[in-house]
Design a protein around this ligand. Structure first.
Ligand code: GLN
Length: 378
């Protein structure tokens, strides 16, 4: 597919500390506000854009050239784009891929996502790395007329710390993803912003997945007589997720096999009595090295998190649910990337073993979940 993109009008990106970048409009024209974060993924922009965990975040791509393969109907991780805004250095002027049905620019515009291109994304990324993730606004078209008032608009936007967002992105109705082949297990998956690939990774292992709203109760979970319970990824500050923490404690109490991903890992941390904190600029990309301390193996993994669990790295902790330890760490900065209980069948990781977009090094974690359910049955 080849579509020429006409030269777009001016746009400006304003950070909450006053730093400003001038570029061209990309996607929808107008105004957007959010938290500025950067992703180092060289590929997989469709998966990034549609990951519900990016709700309220303006994503800066460090890869300089974005949009080459256009947009297809197979790669989205949910039914819409969730990023609040999109920042690229050099958008592809044509898209070319056998699966593409439209350009990225047109898709952003159709979904009302305001973006900016043609700015120095290296300078912006270094600024965020040095000063930390912060609020940002992108303005184009009529919104540019705001002049000096634009900075005040950015500074008045809600911060990510203290944001309770899971219920804004999660399903409101339960739905089922059938097992592929023979059904071996039933899992209740609490949707805090689940990515589409996650139930699929379970379904291909013979699991029937019942995806439940974030507001679900323990009674609703156990009405399904599940072999395991899963807690998904999701947007916002884990310190606000009190309902999910209470729900997870009910599951731990009963000793049902439990697996959590990303937000789910932070919920497990809190359920065990650990704190969570905001990282300076977070981990986002598909090239983060993580060590599995159980096997000693290093895996290259997909990340998207701005918060982390505060748990001791080198001691086994006594928790209300028995002994717990940090099972995975990020080799870039020693951030906690996984937790496991030693006396109950429960574990979680801070990163994305469903690997959309790639790499697939961490797929073994879904097999670990299956093993826990097998052991429980034996
Ligand atoms: N992908 C996720 O689940 C992100 C979890 C949480 N919102 C964070 O930013 O750390």
């Amino acid at each position: 597919m080849t579509t020429a993109i006409p030269r777009p009008g001016p746009a400006v990106l304003v950070l909450e500390d006053g730093r400003t970048f001038r570029g061209r409009s990309y996607g929808a024209v107008g105004q957007t506000l959010g938290e500025a974060v950067f992703s180092t993924g060289m590929t997989g922009y469709q998966e990034t854009l549609t990951d519900p965990s990016y709700h309220r975040q303006v994503v800066v791509m460090t890869a300089p050239h974005v949009g080459n393969t256009g947009v297809n109907d197979e790669d989205p991780e949910s039914g819409r784009i969730w990023v609040a805004g999109y920042v690229v250095r050099d958008p592809a002027r044509i898209s070319s891929n056998w699966r593409a049905t439209r350009t990225l620019d047109a898709e952003l515009a159709a979904q009302g996502v305001v973006g900016i291109s043609g700015i120095d994304t290296r300078a912006l990324t270094r600024h965020l790395r040095e000063r930390g993730a912060m609020r940002v606004g992108i303005f184009s078209g009529d919104a540019l007329a705001g002049g000096d008032e634009l900075l005040a608009r950015v500074q008045a936007a809600p911060a990510m710390s203290g944001a309770d967002l899971a219920s804004e992105v999660a399903t409101t109705e339960p739905y089922t993803v059938p097992a592929q082949g023979t059904r071996r297990f039933t899992v209740a998956a609490v949707d805090l912003g689940i990515k589409g690939m996650t139930p699929y990774r379970m379904a291909e292992r013979g699991i029937e997945v019942h995806v439940l709203p974030a507001t679900t109760t323990a009674e609703e979970i156990y009405a399904l007589a599940p072999d395991g319970v899963f807690f998904s990824n999701g947007p916002g500050d884990p310190a606000t997720a009190d309902h999910a923490v209470a729900l997870m404690r009910a599951v731990l109490e009963r000793g049902t096999p439990l697996f959590g991903i990303c937000f789910g890992n932070q919920i497990l941390g809190r359920a065990l009595g650990f704190g969570t904190y905001k990282l300076k600029y977070g981990h986002r990309g598909i090239n983060q090295p993580v060590k599995d301390r159980v096997t000693g193996k290093v895996e290259v993994t997909a990340h998207n998190h701005g918060f982390a669990v505060d748990a001791p790295l080198d001691t086994v902790s006594d928790t209300p649910f028995g002994r717990a330890e940090v099972s995975h760490v990020c080799l870039n900065d020693n951030v906690v990337e996984g937790l496991r209980l030693l006396d109950r069948p429960a574990f979680s990781v801070q990163y994305h073993p469903e690997a959309a977009a790639g790499p697939h090094d961490a797929a073994y974690l879904f097999d670990r979940f299956v093993s826990l359910m097998e052991d429980q049955r034996a």
